[in-house]
Design a protein around this ligand. Sequence first.
Ligand code: AMP
Ligand code: TRP
Length: 344
Amino acid sequence: MVEGQIESAQTSAPPRKKIVLSGVQPTGVLHIGNYIGALSLWAQQQHEFKNYFMIADMHALTIPENIKAKELRASSRRVAALYIASGIDPEENVIFLQSALPAHPYLAWILGCVTPMGWLERMTQFKTKSGQTESVGTGLFTYPALQAADILLYQADYVPVGEDQRQHVELTRDIAARFNHLFGKCFRLPEGLYRSTGARVMGFDDPTAKMSKSLAEQRSGHAVNLLDPPNVVKKTIMSAVTDSGNEARFEHASPGVRNLLELYEVLTKEPREQIEGRFHGQGYGSLKKAVTEVVVETLRPIQERYQQITSEPGYLDDLLASGAERAGEVANRTLAKARQLTGL
Ligand code: AMP
Ligand code: TRP
């Protein structure tokens, strides 16, 4: 599909390459849910679009109690290395740190001024996260205005993310439309891009909860992290919660079994009937074993590239510096327009 589109772009009048912006918050270690819901999708579509892949380190500060400066810095670099290790070409795509560009918090201020409180009060991520900490900083509340700035500064057409980010992308559209209405046309309204399968990978220890970095830090059987060695992957998946039956059909499976089936489907791209034919009526041991194998095989090349990237001194710093420069050209242009329209 990707090749076909590139070919037609060469033969007819070349359409503008669509713009993509996405990002991950560098708190905790990235897991297989992040890879399937976000990173692998970015890598798959990278040649089709003009891509900006950001490390959302300013968003990581929204729960300041969890932050240690040294760890945040290391974690941001780890995420950048994992982008590349997941197959994202760092020459063709722009990889950068959010905090390197003051245009992000600057535009976030402007957007915060046009965002009604009620819109932010409705955000489920705020409701969940604010319930988990003792004191809630205003940054956690205004988080979505910064995320909107991240997206709108690049005039992104698409934001490829997991299902949990849908509300943020919708809000970004609403904020952009409100700004355009109040001050004049400045921002393109972005659309979310979601996987049909795998946009919401569930925890292995509790398949009713989304796999998340924060739960992964608290509970060892919750997630497979991208840097986990094969024996840890095996232990986590073999102890995944299933049920007492042997039903391995997508439509009827219990949440834990469905999660395993979907993981297998998204990583092997095999048709559902074939997968059901193989595992239905068997004990879940064979399904778990097969999922373990595909996950280990998926992670192997990622981990090898990660080792290479992180063993080259200065490589990531240079890459992030050049990414910030390339991103800044676009971001500063949009910011200048927003300033002009608002009279700042
Ligand atoms: P986060 O871990 O919240 O910083 O999310 C980074 C990216 O991974 C976002 O695009 C999320 O939507 C995606 N993501 C996070 N958790 C999952 C999950 N369990 N399943 C699928 N995608 C996810
Ligand atoms: N909120 C996103 C998350 O928790 C991270 C993020 C920040 C982001 N800015 C973004 C994602 C812009 C997409 C686009 O995963």
